[in-house]
Write a protein that binds this ligand. Structure first.
Ligand SMILES: Nc1ncnc2c1ncn2[C@@H]1O[C@H](COP(=O)(O)OP(=O)(O)OP(=O)(O)O)[C@@H](O)[C@H]1O
Length: 361
């Protein structure tokens, strides 16, 4: 029951040419995850959501949602499929203005023929109760506030008990207090086992979810980059992302060599590496092991010195490399990252010093 996008590209054609909006998106979301999608305006977030809901189709690549390949669904089956599998919530609620709140919530059940007709009313009332809107059930949308309309939109999204809730800027038009209460509702849904995928501009909300996906110019920032530098915001991550170079190294190869001059540092995306120091004779000594989400090579870059240790791939590895300029750009933009990296460098140097002393004895 997961969401799997593989190498999804989406382009729009206009008179001025072809505009790529999504450029090779790989994304897997497990059942029960609470995922925030963030990124600058125009980066492709809504387009990405539209791929997941099947509202739009990729130009190339595949989208599987709960074991259904969306490409293989004939268009006439797509809307009923979405009605059962995915609850969609928009920034401006999009309740039908001519129906009461209760009727709005019943609509998806009527549309998909879910639940016996006499059950629908009861179920819709139950859902309105869950979002504390039962007392307003017979009002029209225009008679309640924006926050209340959004709560009703959430009840409507839950009408067919879909396993996945997709929300595009659900708190974007709400004041911060109302936004918090809507967000709390989402958290309760996740606690009840729903998968929630939410586009948001709100960095504070994004930090409260289990997982953040950052979209930059139609690409997703590697999640290990975010793990390596957890204090960068979406813009800082975007800046770094566009300058990273993908490097593949085979098992056993020396990625950096103690004593060499330094030009790059690396973030590990897959595979593990050993940090080694020379013993003066025989085999090098392993002083540390690095795994995905960690960086290395930063010490000599920061200090403008030669490599203080060697790093060897234990297995085939994928790395993301960055140079001195990118590192100083990064450190200029985020004081939290400077502090954390300085702390890490201090610990690593202390460990190396202890190990080197032990070797010399
Ligand atoms: N149907 C379409 N036809 C042509 N271009 C489109 C279409 N839909 C989106 N685009 C373009 O794709 C780009 C990404 O749009 P998208 O709405 O996905 O961005 P976004 O990150 O959600 O932005 P925002 O935060 O402002 O909503 C934009 O430049 C937009 O103009």
């Amino acid at each position: 029951m997961s969401v799997i996008l593989k190498n999804v590209h989406k382009s729009y054609e206009s008179e001025s040419g072809v505009h790529p909006v999504l450029k090779g998106i790989d994304l897997t979301i497990q059942p029960g995850e609470f995922v925030a999608i963030i990124g600058k305006s125009g980066s492709g977030k809504s387009t990405l959501l539209n791929m997941i809901t099947g509202i739009d189709r990729p130009t190339t690549g595949s989208v599987r949602v709960n074991d259904t390949d969306l490409h293989s669904l004939p268009p006439r089956k797509l809307a009923p499929w979405r009605g059962r599998q995915i609850g969609v919530i928009f920034q401006f609620f999009q309740l039908l203005p001519t129906l009461s709140l209760l009727e709005n919530v019943m609509l998806p059940m009527d549309f998909c023929g879910m639940y016996a007709p006499r059950e629908r009313l009861q179920r819709a009332m139950g859902l309105l109760e869950q979002v504390q809107m039962a007392e307003h059930a017979h009002k029209m949308p225009s008679a309640v506030s924006g926050g209340q309309q959004q709560r009703v939109a959430i009840a409507r999204a839950l009408a067919n008990d879909p396993p996945i809730i997709v929300a595009d800027e659900p708190t974007g038009s709400l004041d911060s207090k109302t936004a918090d209460s809507v967000f709390t509702l989402f958290r309760h849904l996740v606690e009840r086992g729903k998968t929630v995928i939410m586009v948001t501009h709100d960095n504070d909300l994004a930090h409260q979810v289990q997982r953040t996906v950052v979209v930059v110019d139609g690409e997703i920032v590697n999640e290990y980059v975010m793990q390596a530098f957890p204090h960068l915001d979406a813009e800082q991550l975007g800046h770094l992302h566009s300058r990273l170079e993908r490097v593949f190294v085979p098992a056993g190869s020396m990625i950096i060599q103690e004593g060499d001059e330094a030009d790059r540092a690396y973030i590990i995306v897959s595979g593990e590496a050993d940090v080694l120091i020379h013993q003066g004779f025989g085999e090098d000594r392993v002083v540390n092991r690095l795994e995905p989400g960690q960086y290395f090579g930063e010490i000599a870059l920061i200090h403008g010195s030669r490599r203080t240790a060697s790093v060897r791939a234990r297995e085939d590895m994928e790395l993301l490399a960055f140079g001195k300029e990118e590192l100083s750009g990064l450190l200029n933009r985020s004081t939290m990252t400077v502090e954390e990296m300085n702390q890490e460098v201090r610990e690593r140097l202390a460990q190396l010093a202890t190990m080197k002393q032990a070797v010399m004895k």
